[in-house]
Design a protein around this ligand. Sequence first.
Ligand code: FE2
Length: 377
Amino acid sequence: MPTTLELPKIYEAAQDFMPLNGTDYLELYVSNSKQAAHFYKSAFGFQSHAYAGLETGLQDRESYVVIQDKIKLVLTSPLKSGTAIGKHIDSHGDGVKVIALWVDDATAAYENAMQRGAKSFLEPTKESDDNGSVVRSGIYTYGETVHVFVERKDYNGLFLPGFKKWETPNYNPESVGLKYVDHMVGNVELGRMNHWVEFYEKVMGFVNILSFDDNDISTEYTALMSKVMSNGNGRIKFPINEPAEGLKRSQVDEYLDFYEGEGVQHIAVATDDIISTVRQLRSRGIEFLRVPDTYYDAVTDRVGKIDEDIAPLRELGILVDRDDEGYLLQIFTKPVEPRPTMFFEIIQRKGAQSFGKGNFKALFEAIEREQELRGTL
Ligand code: FE2
């Protein structure tokens, strides 16, 4: 088990055949894109950005793009029955379809991935408008989730060709201070974690930077295992979870049942001021998981001195953890759709590069209390 101080050495082992500049956009297939866009603006502080649909010449779907600093969400719904998007929503409910990755060469990324055994989603495709051209290509990852490679070096438009500016002069709620996607976690079937670890190693040149077994992640009742995959520059991190044997059904089992397969469990988004961000999110109606108040009685002994006062962390339910390099603050929303599937994590890193292992037990007990209420434990 490496310490995070060893991470730079581990990153050197990452292959550079697929350089990734960062997360480009996340596309969610949702049953009502117009209302979802309103929700992400109102509740999460995203801004109106771009639109494609009937008014731009599309016949079968509509997409709204909302933006907050570096985070772009594309919210897509079908406009008629029998579409691939509609089938995806029927199977999975609202969820993440596309994790798009910003590359310098989408054709080379695709060819490299295909040579290394990827399954094709989209052959390299060039789209153009007055602002230049974008090349996109795509491969499948776990479940029906895909990675789209986006090459935009010859494009200076708003988002992608085919999108127009989405203007909402009368309603533009303020940002809540979310900055970028820190990591995105996938839930996979029992016994499949190592398969997807190998996929990220072999097909995309990622390295396994951290591993958690069921001794690290277990409560009295449930357990799971997790391995964190990272690309070479550390900008893209994908922890992969699988359920582990426990007395009751774990949160990963619950997810797999309700998503009807493997998919994205949570999107972790970073802020520079988690107390302010969480206060605003709460006032806009976002619901968070709560750990028992006793968590805060022991927190200073566990993590030592931190810059923040404990009182607002206790008030808002923000969790703290420390590793070799620093500490982090984090909190998790409840699922943001009817099925108990995808949720968000809000994270502020103060040196720490890890994922809050010291909070796992308290957190998973909080999730179990929610599962109990849903009758799914
Ligand atoms: Fe996370």
